[in-house]
Design a protein around this ligand. Structure first.
Ligand code: ZN
Length: 346
């Protein structure tokens, strides 16, 4: 079993090296190229919304199992997409959600790579035993900087700025109880309430200078922490976290901390666990694609390993659900995993 996984990750690395993003060696995690904002943050190498849609449609045409669905529209009228691999309604189902915050795009780049990866022979048989739902770039307007507020302070170069908020300057990941924004409604009404989902990973980016055990992290993870979540749902979330932690931390370049998160149910990690009984995991990757704060953005030289971190995460989760090993994953690591801390800069 271990051997199979190892074989895959080498193959996965080869697949990724063909992508337009340059892979970065392990050393990149340590001090992080571009930390401090001195290196160019170039958004032109990221998929635009239109390029993403075109990519998805190309993959849909190539992949028999892949079906696209439009789940709604953004404030500015962009169609929001769900990519579906639904082999058997009786299979367990996992949802991957990216870019609720429009300035956190490498998660989407990773999800797109993963979709291509699902169409290759490397995943043969896996999708027979698990249903996969992917909502990439939920905040499409923010990702395109097509918003009703000023972007003057944003740092990135490359033709467009990317914002956390949607076009109306609302944080979508605080809208999971009220569900006022069209993007949040699309997700809840046409995905959460329409499909029988067991697991969800909500993919984000955090600031660039968090550390665990004295070393800068490549990301952080957390399960639902509201007291209203069913303990069994939380335990399965912790198992999902165990699968992800093992896969990422064993790569050599991955180093994860425990995210210091609150109990508000307006955020998806908590709210979706309570409302639907779905086991959720928050994954915060290092460094954002754009921001008005320098300590939040990360130079593009880190893109390779961070995109690979998303693919590694999605692949590991899908395989562990498909073969059932997630149900016996050891969650005790959570008891000793240190909460990440912000490194003090001089
Ligand atoms: Zn976020």
């Amino acid at each position: 079993m271990k051997k199979t996984l190892l074989t895959f990750s080498i193959a996965g690395a080869l697949v990724l090296s063909a992508s337009p993003f340059t892979s970065t060696p392990a050393a990149a995690v340590g001090n992080g190229p571009g930390y401090g904002g001195n290196e160019t943050i170039n958004t032109s190498i990221l998929h635009t919304y239109e390029e993403m849609v075109s990519y998805l449609k190309t993959q849909e045409a190539k992949q028999q199992q892949l079906e696209l669905e439009v789940i709604g529209q953004s404030v500015k009228g962009r169609d929001l997409y769900l990519a579906k691999y639904m082999t058997n309604p009786d299979n367990p189902t996992i949802l991957f959600l990216t870019q609720q915050h429009g300035n956190e795009q490498l998660t989407t780049e990773g999800a797109l790579d993963f979709i291509k990866h699902l169409g290759t022979g490397k995943m043969k048989g896996v999708t027979d035993d698990v249903n996969i739902l992917i909502v990439p770039m939920l905040n499409a307007d923010g990702a395109m900087g097509d918003v009703n507020f000023s972007l003057d302070d944003y740092i990135a170069d490359g033709g467009r700025n990317l914002t956390r908020y949607n076009a109306l300057e609302v944080d979508l990941n605080r809208d999971h109880v009220d569900k006022i924004q069209p993007e949040t409604q699309a997700l809840h009404f046409n995905v959460m309430q329409k499909y029988d989902i067991d697991y969800m990973i909500d993919l984000h980016h955090q600031g660039a200078n968090s550390e665990r055990d004295g070393k800068l992290v490549s990301g952080s993870i957390l399960y639902p922490t509201t007291p209203n979540a069913d303990p069994e749902v939380v335990e399965r979330s912790k198992q999902l976290g165990a699968v992800v932690f093992d896969a990422v931390d064993s790569t050599g370049w991955g180093h994860l901390g425990k995210y210091a998160g609150g109990s508000a149910e307006t955020i998806s990690r908590n709210g979706i666990a309570v409302e639907y009984g779905i086991s959720t995991l928050l994954f915060e990757m290092r460094g954002m694609s754009d921001h008005y704060r320098e300590d939040y953005v990360l130079g593009q030289k880190s893109n390779g390993y961070l995109i690979k971190q998303t693919v590694t995460t999605l692949d590991a989760a899908v395989r562990a659900i498909a073969d059932g090993s997630i149900e016996t994953a050891d969650t005790s690591f959570w008891d000793t995993l240190a909460e990440q801390r912000t490194r003090q800069t001089e």
